[in-house]
Design a protein around this ligand. Sequence first.
Ligand code: ADP
Ligand code: MG
Length: 475
Amino acid sequence: MNKTAQSVWDNCLSFIKDNVQEQAYKTWFEPIQSVDLNENALSIQVPSKFFYEWLEEHYVKLLKVALTKELGPNAKLLYKIKMENPYGNKLPFTEQIPSNNRQVIKTQEVDVPIAQKNPELKNPFIIPGIRNINIDSQLNSNYSFDNFLEGDSNRLARSAGLAVANKPGGTSFNPLLIFGGVGLGKTHLAHAIGVEIKDKFPEKTVLYISAEIFTQQYIDSVKKNTRNDFIHFYQLIDVLIIDDVQFLSGKSGTQDVFFHIFNHLHQNGKQVILTSDKAPVDMQDIEQRLLSRFKWGLSAELHQPDFETRISILKNILFRDGVEMPEEIIEYVAKNIKSNVRELEGAIISLIAQSSFNKREVTIDLAKQVVEKFVKNVKREISIDYIQKIVSEYFQLDIETLQSKTRKRHVVQARQLAMFFAKKFTKNSLANIGSQIGDRDHATVLHACKTVDNLVTTDKQFRKFVDDINKKLSM
Ligand code: ADP
Ligand code: MG
């Protein structure tokens, strides 16, 4: 018998190759090197501790079978974990790994040549010279729960955020995914959660990062050959906040690495907070396995704030800046800027500036001018005729067909959509809407609105129609 570590491992590999998918083989087995064979114990070197855990978690049976075939029933597998040496010389060193009670394949403790359990990893966020790993959280303390005003539009997301802040990793909201349109407060809320956690649990490592920067860091790490450092770094975080995860769409390498980081954090009871401009179901070009992880916890939507919330947001800003403004001006602004808190803030700040710098009286006229600048699309009154025109054009029908008695499915849907939008965008009664759209009664309109509501939640294609038309009508 002339077995070497290499030959034993090669034989194991060819067995493994036949039994796992190609991609998994490439990812998890190709990077492994055989190191040593001592009687029936084979040592292999894996790139990271995470790697080792992953193998133990997913491939222990397969490894056991392969190794038993080669080395008999007393086969043992020893892992050595390769790490970048923090002291600068390029020699890899091994880290002690916890022993593990699996039957045949036992991981034994291996020597730690360099007495350093928690090597400091090279990372942009680490403040040099501080002994414990100390990471700048990248949080903006101006974004707090106190100044994130509560309303129906954000109650769920806000309270879930508070729950998470009180017990990071300890609620079922893990991950917490906050989603909603632009300027509705996702970034603010994400920071607020982090700020609150830092306040309550100063020892926790919190990190806020945009998905864009995360992606750049990852790409850099691949270029510089420090991918493992990158992964290790993120695996040290207790509370990881990633803003705008939709940015990861189409970026499969980054998604892949995030998937592993996510799993590691989640398995270790760490908290993950994500924001996105879309609900998971609507995210495009994000791997299924990642989407399914996103759905493990809670997805909470930020909606457009209602009138009262808009008023309180405005008053809060005025109060903060010590400015008084007539009630009717505040109401005017709140009435006319509906869909975006950022625009709401912009308008009031601009009004404050106008009044204080130019010593101008803030009049409704001035408010009008300012609001028009901020609301990209000044709302004109939308009429039922206009809605019918837009809907017919969208489906390439003429208005007569839309209004006709035909039961063709696509025409019926178009008609129902016209009714739905008429209800949504005008103040007409159901009866009135019915009589203008092909002379139907109010029950038909009511039915149409319900049908649309249903289809929007069940039919993705249909939802796209609604979104598209909605956009056109809001232009
Ligand atoms: P998003 O990340 O969803 O695009 P932001 O978090 O950047 O939105 O919010 C835009 C602006 O609106 C920020 O200045 C934020 O402070 C403010 N804002 C949003 N929601 C609220 C709220 N509920 N109370 C107070 N300010 C809010
Ligand atoms: Mg944002």
